[in-house]
Design a protein around this ligand. Structure first.
Ligand code: ZN
Length: 428
């Protein structure tokens, strides 16, 4: 762990920079960086990294041969050329020192009805020690923490001996292709830290995620003849119920999972978007449902996909209309594996020591029932993927917020981790 004198210097620097950190976070929350619209925020970040002296690589997903990688996921309805990624690099003085990637996603999920929020959804407002807005918690607070952790090292008069890459990526909420692209672009390190909002715990494991779109179509009739006609919405509901039953069976099987038996119902299924029909007095001719379902780290993506298709095929038999009109299944996003961070890595030990020093208590661990980007680092590219970050509330909900005092301590903890992992020396 960093010695006490270094930690004191880092603490003073985090303290001195914290007003600027809150202002930085508030500003980046005010960018409505929904999927496909992250460009202005990424340009803003690229400029701010350049102003800090980093070498900045700004590129888009169209610049990287994603299709060539078996773990790239389909991006339906999104232009890769509009999906901007930023990698900011600071080379260390010692090529033998350990390097680190600090990565955060800047895409946010839609805010939903604005009237459900107390403040406007992208306000970035600070109230009673919390900062509010879509993305404040998931995960722009983590982005602020990693940027200002590095600023604190510099503010303390120190420089890391190893290389540091600060990466802001997109597509975390839909495919993971942003994180994958940085690896295909060639960025590597001895460890990766992703400061998702874990409340100061390490993510021991996360589940995988699949996205699929169901499309049901048929011949509409006047509702007065509805018993003879077809109703695409009712048939879609039939498929949703079948998928709910499929999920119950998966969760029963999860009772025997070596890790996730500790979690009740770790497999989450959600029909997230529904559209269909054209007229109240015509039976609907079409219905589309965008769905998300989880999978355990020990399940192959291909097997989980086949199980969904089997479930839908079997459900057709119980529905007169579907039996003659096969529903279409389109895999239009996530095809994400789960990931287990194997205990005992040196990177985790260094992070745990930093956490202990800053928070005065042992770093806890959590099992996540949602996906994050660490899988690319840990599962496919052989570097420990640490998911650890600030604390807040309201991810994907309303009045999303991050707790500023916790953010300050997390910033220090990340600074202490980088200082110890990469080593530091006096700036000249
Ligand atoms: Zn997130």
């Amino acid at each position: 762990m960093p010695d006490a004198a270094i930690l004191d210097r880092l603490r003073a620097a985090v303290e001195a920079g914290f007003d600027a950190e809150v202002a930085f976070l508030s500003e980046i929350v005010r960018f409505p960086s929904r999927r496909g619209a992250e460009g202005p925020l990424q340009d803003h970040l690229a400029r701010s990294f350049a102003a800090r002296g980093y070498v900045v690589d700004r590129y888009t997903l169209a610049d990287v041969p994603l299709e060539a990688h078996p773990k790239a996921a389909p991006m339906v309805g999104v232009d890769p050329a509009g999906s901007v990624q930023v990698v900011a690099t600071r080379r260390g003085s010692d090529p033998a020192a350990r390097s680190v990637i600090l990565q955060g996603h800047v895409d946010v999920v839609p805010e939903g009805p604005a009237e459900m929020w107390t403040d406007p959804p992208f306000s970035g407002r600070v109230r009673d020690g919390w900062l509010y807005g879509r993305g404040a918690h998931d995960m722009k607070a983590g982005v602020a923490a990693m940027v200002f952790a590095m600023d604190a090292i510099r503010g303390a008069g120190l420089v890391p001996r190893g290389d540091v890459h600060l990466q802001t990526v997109t597509e975390e909420e839909s495919t993971g292709n942003g994180a994958l692209s940085t690896l295909l672009r060639g960025y590597r390190a001895d460890a990766c830290l992703i400061p998702e909002p874990t409340g100061g715990t390490i993510t021991r494991a996360h589940t995988g995620t699949l996205w699929f779109r169901l499309r049901v179509t048929g011949v509409p009739v006047h509702v007065m003849m509805a018993d003879r006609g077809t109703n695409a919405i009712l048939s879609a509901m039939h498929l949703i119920r079948a998928l709910q039953e499929h999920t119950v069976r998966l969760n029963e099987a999860a009772h025997h999972d070596p890790i996730y038996r500790a979690v009740a119902n770790p497999i989450k299924f959600s029909p997230g978007i529904i559209r269909g029909g054209d007229w109240a007095s015509s039976t609907p001719a079409w219905c589309e449902v965008d769905c998300r379902i989880g999978l355990l780290p020990g399940t192959e993506v291909a097997d989980a996909m086949a199980a969904v298709e089997r479930c839908i095929a079997e459900a057709r038999a119980g529905d007169d209309f579907l039996a003659n009109n096969p529903p279409q299944v389109t895999w239009h996003g996530f095809q994400a594996d789960g990931y287990v961070l194997e205990p005992g890595s040196e990177a985790e030990r260094v992070l745990a020591a930093a956490h202990q020093q800053v928070f005065g208590e042992a770093m806890g661990e959590r099992l996540s029932t949602a996906v994050n980007d660490t899988r690319y680092y840990g599962r496919y590219f052989g570097m420990p993927g640490l998911c650890y970050g600030p604390r807040g509330e309201g991810a994907h909900g309303f009045d999303e917020r991050t707790e500023l005092d916790f953010l300050k301590r997390t910033t220090l903890s990340i600074a202490a981790f980088v200082a110890d992992w990469c080593g530091v020396e006096e700036a000249t």
